[in-house]
Design a binder for this molecule. Structure first.
Ligand SMILES: Cc1ncc(COP(=O)(O)O)c(C=O)c1O
Length: 392
Protein backbone atom coordinates (compact mmCIF):
# COMPACT_ATOMS: atom_id res chain seq x y z
CA UNK A 1 0.00 0.00 0.00
CA UNK A 2 1.32 3.42 -0.93
CA UNK A 3 1.13 6.37 1.35
CA UNK A 4 -2.27 8.03 1.75
CA UNK A 5 -1.66 11.51 0.29
CA UNK A 6 -5.20 12.80 0.50
CA UNK A 7 -6.41 14.09 3.84
CA UNK A 8 -9.08 12.05 5.61
CA UNK A 9 -11.56 14.81 4.93
CA UNK A 10 -10.76 15.01 1.20
CA UNK A 11 -11.02 11.23 0.96
CA UNK A 12 -14.42 11.37 2.66
CA UNK A 13 -15.91 13.57 -0.09
CA UNK A 14 -18.38 11.68 -2.27
CA UNK A 15 -17.35 11.04 -5.89
CA UNK A 16 -18.05 13.96 -8.18
CA UNK A 17 -21.59 13.33 -9.49
CA UNK A 18 -20.90 14.53 -13.01
CA UNK A 19 -18.20 11.96 -13.88
CA UNK A 20 -20.67 9.57 -15.50
CA UNK A 21 -22.26 12.45 -17.35
CA UNK A 22 -18.99 13.83 -18.62
CA UNK A 23 -18.14 10.37 -19.91
CA UNK A 24 -21.49 10.24 -21.75
CA UNK A 25 -20.86 13.65 -23.32
CA UNK A 26 -17.25 13.07 -24.40
CA UNK A 27 -18.10 10.97 -27.44
CA UNK A 28 -20.74 13.46 -28.70
CA UNK A 29 -20.34 16.58 -30.82
CA UNK A 30 -20.71 19.64 -28.55
CA UNK A 31 -22.84 21.41 -31.19
CA UNK A 32 -25.41 18.58 -30.98
CA UNK A 33 -25.98 19.11 -27.26
CA UNK A 34 -28.53 21.31 -25.57
CA UNK A 35 -27.16 22.18 -22.16
CA UNK A 36 -29.50 22.87 -19.28
CA UNK A 37 -26.72 22.06 -16.84
CA UNK A 38 -25.12 25.48 -16.52
CA UNK A 39 -25.70 27.79 -13.58
CA UNK A 40 -25.05 30.99 -15.47
CA UNK A 41 -27.16 33.54 -17.26
CA UNK A 42 -26.88 33.21 -21.05
CA UNK A 43 -27.18 37.01 -21.42
CA UNK A 44 -24.20 39.10 -22.37
CA UNK A 45 -22.74 41.40 -19.71
CA UNK A 46 -24.33 44.84 -20.30
CA UNK A 47 -22.26 47.20 -22.46
CA UNK A 48 -21.72 49.97 -19.91
CA UNK A 49 -20.11 47.39 -17.59
CA UNK A 50 -17.81 46.11 -20.32
CA UNK A 51 -16.88 49.67 -21.25
CA UNK A 52 -15.82 50.42 -17.68
CA UNK A 53 -13.45 47.45 -17.82
CA UNK A 54 -11.99 48.57 -21.14
CA UNK A 55 -11.43 52.02 -19.68
CA UNK A 56 -9.76 50.55 -16.60
CA UNK A 57 -7.37 48.64 -18.85
CA UNK A 58 -6.61 51.78 -20.89
CA UNK A 59 -5.94 53.69 -17.67
CA UNK A 60 -3.48 51.03 -16.57
CA UNK A 61 -5.56 49.80 -13.63
CA UNK A 62 -4.07 46.39 -14.20
CA UNK A 63 -2.15 45.78 -10.98
CA UNK A 64 -2.93 44.32 -7.59
CA UNK A 65 -5.55 46.29 -5.71
CA UNK A 66 -5.93 46.52 -1.93
CA UNK A 67 -6.66 42.95 -0.80
CA UNK A 68 -10.28 43.54 0.19
CA UNK A 69 -11.13 45.52 -2.92
CA UNK A 70 -10.83 49.04 -4.25
CA UNK A 71 -12.27 51.45 -1.67
CA UNK A 72 -14.88 52.91 -4.05
CA UNK A 73 -16.28 49.43 -4.78
CA UNK A 74 -16.44 48.51 -1.08
CA UNK A 75 -18.27 51.80 -0.47
CA UNK A 76 -20.69 51.14 -3.32
CA UNK A 77 -21.39 47.62 -2.03
CA UNK A 78 -21.91 48.83 1.56
CA UNK A 79 -24.31 51.43 0.16
CA UNK A 80 -26.23 48.84 -1.85
CA UNK A 81 -26.45 46.46 1.11
CA UNK A 82 -27.80 49.24 3.32
CA UNK A 83 -30.31 50.67 0.83
CA UNK A 84 -31.58 47.50 -0.84
CA UNK A 85 -31.16 44.92 1.90
CA UNK A 86 -31.25 46.88 5.15
CA UNK A 87 -27.84 45.42 6.02
CA UNK A 88 -25.68 47.73 8.12
CA UNK A 89 -22.17 46.60 7.20
CA UNK A 90 -19.79 49.57 6.99
CA UNK A 91 -17.44 49.48 3.96
CA UNK A 92 -14.57 48.15 6.07
CA UNK A 93 -16.69 45.08 6.89
CA UNK A 94 -17.18 44.33 3.20
CA UNK A 95 -14.64 42.15 1.36
CA UNK A 96 -14.50 41.83 -2.40
CA UNK A 97 -13.50 38.31 -3.44
CA UNK A 98 -12.90 36.33 -6.64
CA UNK A 99 -16.50 35.19 -7.00
CA UNK A 100 -18.69 34.35 -4.04
CA UNK A 101 -17.39 30.80 -4.42
CA UNK A 102 -14.10 32.06 -2.98
CA UNK A 103 -16.18 33.50 -0.14
CA UNK A 104 -17.42 29.97 0.67
CA UNK A 105 -13.86 28.70 0.97
CA UNK A 106 -12.62 31.68 2.99
CA UNK A 107 -15.57 31.70 5.39
CA UNK A 108 -15.54 27.96 6.07
CA UNK A 109 -11.74 28.00 6.35
CA UNK A 110 -11.86 30.68 9.02
CA UNK A 111 -14.83 29.43 11.00
CA UNK A 112 -15.32 25.68 10.77
CA UNK A 113 -13.20 22.97 12.34
CA UNK A 114 -13.40 19.41 13.60
CA UNK A 115 -16.20 18.95 16.09
CA UNK A 116 -18.34 21.75 14.65
CA UNK A 117 -21.76 20.97 13.24
CA UNK A 118 -23.28 23.06 10.52
CA UNK A 119 -26.93 23.19 9.52
CA UNK A 120 -27.55 23.24 5.79
CA UNK A 121 -30.43 22.51 3.44
CA UNK A 122 -30.83 19.11 1.80
CA UNK A 123 -30.61 19.37 -1.16
CA UNK A 124 -27.65 21.76 -0.89
CA UNK A 125 -25.42 23.86 -3.11
CA UNK A 126 -22.45 21.41 -3.25
CA UNK A 127 -19.58 23.84 -2.44
CA UNK A 128 -21.07 24.49 1.02
CA UNK A 129 -21.18 20.77 1.71
CA UNK A 130 -17.71 20.12 0.27
CA UNK A 131 -16.04 22.95 2.17
CA UNK A 132 -17.77 22.00 5.42
CA UNK A 133 -16.60 18.39 5.14
CA UNK A 134 -13.08 19.51 4.14
CA UNK A 135 -12.77 21.45 7.40
CA UNK A 136 -13.69 18.32 9.32
CA UNK A 137 -17.07 19.72 10.33
CA UNK A 138 -20.29 17.75 10.22
CA UNK A 139 -23.21 18.86 8.01
CA UNK A 140 -26.59 18.58 9.71
CA UNK A 141 -29.17 18.30 6.96
CA UNK A 142 -32.51 20.03 7.15
CA UNK A 143 -34.95 18.97 4.41
CA UNK A 144 -36.14 21.49 1.83
CA UNK A 145 -39.51 19.98 0.97
CA UNK A 146 -41.99 20.93 -1.77
CA UNK A 147 -44.81 21.08 0.82
CA UNK A 148 -42.89 23.94 2.50
CA UNK A 149 -42.13 25.64 -0.83
CA UNK A 150 -38.63 24.22 -0.43
CA UNK A 151 -37.90 26.55 2.49
CA UNK A 152 -35.66 25.70 5.39
CA UNK A 153 -38.16 25.49 8.26
CA UNK A 154 -37.28 26.84 11.68
CA UNK A 155 -39.06 23.87 13.28
CA UNK A 156 -36.75 21.45 11.43
CA UNK A 157 -33.70 23.46 12.46
CA UNK A 158 -34.77 23.11 16.10
CA UNK A 159 -34.99 19.35 15.66
CA UNK A 160 -31.51 19.16 14.08
CA UNK A 161 -29.71 21.38 16.63
CA UNK A 162 -27.18 19.93 19.03
CA UNK A 163 -24.83 21.65 21.49
CA UNK A 164 -22.10 21.37 18.83
CA UNK A 165 -24.03 23.31 16.20
CA UNK A 166 -22.12 26.42 15.23
CA UNK A 167 -23.75 27.82 12.13
CA UNK A 168 -26.72 27.77 9.78
CA UNK A 169 -26.13 28.10 6.05
CA UNK A 170 -29.08 29.62 4.22
CA UNK A 171 -29.24 29.83 0.44
CA UNK A 172 -32.27 31.86 -0.63
CA UNK A 173 -33.36 32.00 -3.42
CA UNK A 174 -32.10 28.46 -3.51
CA UNK A 175 -29.94 26.50 -5.87
CA UNK A 176 -31.09 23.82 -6.77
CA UNK A 177 -34.71 23.94 -5.49
CA UNK A 178 -35.75 27.51 -6.32
CA UNK A 179 -37.17 27.91 -2.78
CA UNK A 180 -37.32 31.42 -1.29
CA UNK A 181 -37.38 31.93 2.48
CA UNK A 182 -40.40 33.94 3.68
CA UNK A 183 -39.92 36.79 6.13
CA UNK A 184 -41.89 34.86 8.73
CA UNK A 185 -39.59 31.82 8.50
CA UNK A 186 -36.48 34.02 8.57
CA UNK A 187 -37.74 35.68 11.76
CA UNK A 188 -38.25 32.29 13.39
CA UNK A 189 -34.76 31.20 12.28
CA UNK A 190 -33.23 34.41 13.61
CA UNK A 191 -34.76 33.69 17.03
CA UNK A 192 -33.12 30.26 17.03
CA UNK A 193 -29.78 31.76 15.99
CA UNK A 194 -29.89 34.32 18.79
CA UNK A 195 -31.09 31.85 21.46
CA UNK A 196 -28.35 29.36 20.56
CA UNK A 197 -25.59 31.83 19.74
CA UNK A 198 -25.29 30.60 16.15
CA UNK A 199 -23.64 32.23 13.19
CA UNK A 200 -25.72 32.54 10.01
CA UNK A 201 -24.16 32.43 6.55
CA UNK A 202 -26.71 33.82 4.14
CA UNK A 203 -26.08 33.31 0.42
CA UNK A 204 -28.18 35.86 -1.44
CA UNK A 205 -26.66 35.63 -4.90
CA UNK A 206 -30.05 35.05 -6.59
CA UNK A 207 -31.80 37.85 -4.69
CA UNK A 208 -32.99 39.66 -7.82
CA UNK A 209 -34.62 36.63 -9.39
CA UNK A 210 -37.97 35.85 -7.74
CA UNK A 211 -41.40 34.94 -9.14
CA UNK A 212 -45.12 35.02 -8.35
CA UNK A 213 -44.85 37.85 -5.83
CA UNK A 214 -42.20 36.11 -3.73
CA UNK A 215 -39.72 38.59 -2.25
CA UNK A 216 -36.21 38.21 -1.05
CA UNK A 217 -35.39 39.29 2.52
CA UNK A 218 -31.97 39.47 4.11
CA UNK A 219 -31.84 37.72 7.48
CA UNK A 220 -29.01 40.05 8.57
CA UNK A 221 -31.46 42.97 8.50
CA UNK A 222 -33.56 41.46 11.31
CA UNK A 223 -33.08 42.70 14.89
CA UNK A 224 -29.95 41.34 16.57
CA UNK A 225 -28.74 39.56 13.41
CA UNK A 226 -26.16 41.79 11.72
CA UNK A 227 -23.65 40.92 14.43
CA UNK A 228 -24.02 37.17 13.75
CA UNK A 229 -24.60 37.10 9.98
CA UNK A 230 -22.19 36.81 7.10
CA UNK A 231 -23.97 37.83 3.91
CA UNK A 232 -22.62 36.37 0.70
CA UNK A 233 -23.42 37.95 -2.64
CA UNK A 234 -21.87 38.74 -6.00
CA UNK A 235 -22.25 40.05 -9.52
CA UNK A 236 -22.42 36.78 -11.47
CA UNK A 237 -26.17 36.27 -11.59
CA UNK A 238 -27.71 39.75 -11.32
CA UNK A 239 -25.47 41.34 -13.96
CA UNK A 240 -24.60 38.26 -16.07
CA UNK A 241 -20.97 38.55 -14.96
CA UNK A 242 -20.01 34.93 -14.18
CA UNK A 243 -16.69 35.14 -16.02
CA UNK A 244 -15.58 38.34 -14.31
CA UNK A 245 -15.26 36.51 -10.99
CA UNK A 246 -16.39 39.17 -8.56
CA UNK A 247 -18.24 38.37 -5.36
CA UNK A 248 -18.33 39.91 -1.91
CA UNK A 249 -19.32 39.27 1.67
CA UNK A 250 -20.25 41.47 4.59
CA UNK A 251 -19.24 40.10 7.99
CA UNK A 252 -19.35 40.95 11.72
CA UNK A 253 -16.55 43.31 12.68
CA UNK A 254 -14.59 40.93 14.90
CA UNK A 255 -14.43 38.27 12.15
CA UNK A 256 -13.18 40.60 9.41
CA UNK A 257 -9.44 40.67 10.11
CA UNK A 258 -9.06 36.87 9.87
CA UNK A 259 -11.47 36.49 6.97
CA UNK A 260 -9.61 39.18 5.09
CA UNK A 261 -6.23 37.68 5.90
CA UNK A 262 -7.34 34.27 4.59
CA UNK A 263 -8.78 35.87 1.46
CA UNK A 264 -5.47 37.65 0.79
CA UNK A 265 -3.59 34.39 1.31
CA UNK A 266 -5.93 32.73 -1.18
CA UNK A 267 -6.07 35.14 -4.14
CA UNK A 268 -4.22 38.33 -3.00
CA UNK A 269 -7.09 40.39 -4.44
CA UNK A 270 -9.93 40.01 -6.93
CA UNK A 271 -9.21 40.97 -10.54
CA UNK A 272 -8.56 44.72 -10.73
CA UNK A 273 -10.27 45.21 -14.10
CA UNK A 274 -13.30 43.22 -12.97
CA UNK A 275 -13.63 45.36 -9.85
CA UNK A 276 -13.97 48.49 -12.00
CA UNK A 277 -16.58 46.68 -14.08
CA UNK A 278 -18.45 45.73 -10.88
CA UNK A 279 -18.32 49.36 -9.73
CA UNK A 280 -19.95 50.42 -13.00
CA UNK A 281 -22.57 47.70 -12.51
CA UNK A 282 -23.57 49.11 -9.12
CA UNK A 283 -23.34 52.76 -10.05
CA UNK A 284 -24.95 52.45 -13.50
CA UNK A 285 -28.58 51.92 -14.54
CA UNK A 286 -30.29 48.93 -12.95
CA UNK A 287 -32.86 48.30 -15.69
CA UNK A 288 -30.66 45.48 -17.09
CA UNK A 289 -31.09 43.55 -13.82
CA UNK A 290 -34.86 43.93 -13.94
CA UNK A 291 -34.99 43.02 -17.64
CA UNK A 292 -33.00 39.81 -17.18
CA UNK A 293 -35.03 38.80 -14.12
CA UNK A 294 -38.24 39.32 -16.09
CA UNK A 295 -36.96 37.14 -18.93
CA UNK A 296 -36.19 34.37 -16.42
CA UNK A 297 -39.83 34.61 -15.35
CA UNK A 298 -41.01 34.08 -18.95
CA UNK A 299 -38.73 31.07 -19.29
CA UNK A 300 -39.84 29.60 -16.00
CA UNK A 301 -43.46 29.69 -17.13
CA UNK A 302 -42.57 27.90 -20.37
CA UNK A 303 -40.51 25.26 -18.54
CA UNK A 304 -43.31 24.55 -16.08
CA UNK A 305 -45.87 24.38 -18.87
CA UNK A 306 -43.88 21.70 -20.72
CA UNK A 307 -42.83 19.73 -17.62
CA UNK A 308 -46.42 19.60 -16.36
CA UNK A 309 -47.24 17.56 -19.46
CA UNK A 310 -44.94 14.78 -18.27
CA UNK A 311 -47.12 12.42 -16.22
CA UNK A 312 -46.27 11.65 -12.59
CA UNK A 313 -43.53 14.19 -12.23
CA UNK A 314 -43.14 15.54 -8.70
CA UNK A 315 -42.45 19.20 -9.02
CA UNK A 316 -42.11 22.18 -6.72
CA UNK A 317 -42.52 25.37 -8.71
CA UNK A 318 -39.45 27.51 -8.18
CA UNK A 319 -40.14 30.79 -6.37
CA UNK A 320 -36.73 32.17 -7.34
CA UNK A 321 -33.36 31.54 -9.04
CA UNK A 322 -33.32 29.88 -12.49
CA UNK A 323 -33.56 26.18 -11.78
CA UNK A 324 -36.31 23.63 -11.59
CA UNK A 325 -35.72 20.42 -9.68
CA UNK A 326 -38.37 17.84 -10.59
CA UNK A 327 -38.66 14.41 -9.03
CA UNK A 328 -38.46 11.68 -11.68
CA UNK A 329 -39.02 8.87 -9.16
CA UNK A 330 -41.81 7.50 -11.36
CA UNK A 331 -39.26 7.02 -14.14
CA UNK A 332 -36.04 5.96 -12.46
CA UNK A 333 -34.33 4.98 -9.26
CA UNK A 334 -31.01 6.33 -10.53
CA UNK A 335 -30.93 10.00 -11.44
CA UNK A 336 -27.39 9.56 -12.82
CA UNK A 337 -28.59 6.89 -15.23
CA UNK A 338 -31.60 8.97 -16.23
CA UNK A 339 -29.42 11.99 -16.99
CA UNK A 340 -27.06 9.77 -19.05
CA UNK A 341 -30.08 8.30 -20.87
CA UNK A 342 -31.44 11.77 -21.66
CA UNK A 343 -28.08 12.77 -23.11
CA UNK A 344 -27.94 9.61 -25.20
CA UNK A 345 -31.52 9.73 -26.43
CA UNK A 346 -32.29 13.46 -26.59
CA UNK A 347 -28.90 15.19 -26.46
CA UNK A 348 -30.18 17.29 -23.54
CA UNK A 349 -27.72 17.73 -20.66
CA UNK A 350 -28.97 18.20 -17.08
CA UNK A 351 -27.48 17.48 -13.65
CA UNK A 352 -28.33 14.43 -11.49
CA UNK A 353 -30.10 15.49 -8.32
CA UNK A 354 -27.96 13.23 -6.13
CA UNK A 355 -25.05 15.62 -6.66
CA UNK A 356 -27.02 18.02 -4.44
CA UNK A 357 -27.37 15.65 -1.51
CA UNK A 358 -29.45 12.65 -0.42
CA UNK A 359 -32.82 14.33 -0.95
CA UNK A 360 -31.83 15.06 -4.54
CA UNK A 361 -32.13 11.35 -5.34
CA UNK A 362 -34.27 10.70 -8.43
CA UNK A 363 -34.42 14.42 -9.19
CA UNK A 364 -32.66 16.26 -11.96
CA UNK A 365 -31.69 19.92 -12.01
CA UNK A 366 -32.73 21.79 -15.11
CA UNK A 367 -31.35 25.29 -15.52
CA UNK A 368 -33.52 27.66 -17.52
CA UNK A 369 -30.72 30.10 -18.20
CA UNK A 370 -31.15 29.33 -21.91
CA UNK A 371 -33.17 30.92 -24.69
CA UNK A 372 -36.90 30.23 -25.00
CA UNK A 373 -36.22 28.46 -28.33
CA UNK A 374 -33.66 26.08 -26.82
CA UNK A 375 -35.81 25.41 -23.78
CA UNK A 376 -38.79 24.60 -25.95
CA UNK A 377 -36.77 22.34 -28.24
CA UNK A 378 -34.84 20.56 -25.47
CA UNK A 379 -37.70 20.03 -23.04
CA UNK A 380 -40.06 18.85 -25.79
CA UNK A 381 -37.46 16.20 -26.66
CA UNK A 382 -37.28 15.17 -23.00
CA UNK A 383 -41.07 15.08 -22.69
CA UNK A 384 -41.53 13.00 -25.83
CA UNK A 385 -38.80 10.58 -24.79
CA UNK A 386 -40.21 10.05 -21.31
CA UNK A 387 -43.81 9.70 -22.42
CA UNK A 388 -42.91 7.02 -24.98
CA UNK A 389 -40.55 5.29 -22.61
CA UNK A 390 -43.11 5.05 -19.87
CA UNK A 391 -45.71 3.55 -22.13
CA UNK A 392 -43.33 0.93 -23.52
C1 LIG B 1 -25.90 29.48 -4.36
C2 LIG B 1 -24.66 29.91 -5.07
N1 LIG B 1 -23.70 30.56 -4.39
C3 LIG B 1 -22.56 30.93 -4.98
C4 LIG B 1 -22.32 30.67 -6.32
C5 LIG B 1 -21.00 31.09 -6.92
O1 LIG B 1 -21.12 32.30 -7.60
P1 LIG B 1 -19.85 33.15 -8.05
O2 LIG B 1 -19.90 33.18 -9.54
O3 LIG B 1 -20.06 34.52 -7.44
O4 LIG B 1 -18.64 32.50 -7.52
C6 LIG B 1 -23.29 30.01 -7.08
C7 LIG B 1 -23.04 29.68 -8.51
O5 LIG B 1 -23.75 28.96 -9.15
C8 LIG B 1 -24.49 29.62 -6.44
O6 LIG B 1 -25.45 28.95 -7.11
Amino acid sequence: MGRQWLTRHASALPAYGMVEIERAIRSLRPSDLIRFSLGEPDFDTPDHIKEAAVQAIREGKTHYTPGDGIPELREAIADKLQKENGLAYPADQVSVVSGSQEGISVITGALFEEGDEVIMGNPYYPPYFINTVLRGSKPLFVPLLPENNCQMMASDIRKALTPKTKAIILVSPNNPTGGVQSLEELKAISEIAIENDLLVISDEIYENITYDGHRHYSIGSLPGMIERTITQNGFSKAYAMTGWRIGYFGAPKELCPKLQEIHRATTICASSVSQYAALAALRGPQDCVVRMAKEFGRRRDLVLRILRQIPDLGMAEPSGAFYVFPDFGAYTDSDGQLVAELIRETRVVTIPGSSFGPLGKNHIRISFASSIELLEEGLERVRKHLVTRKRS
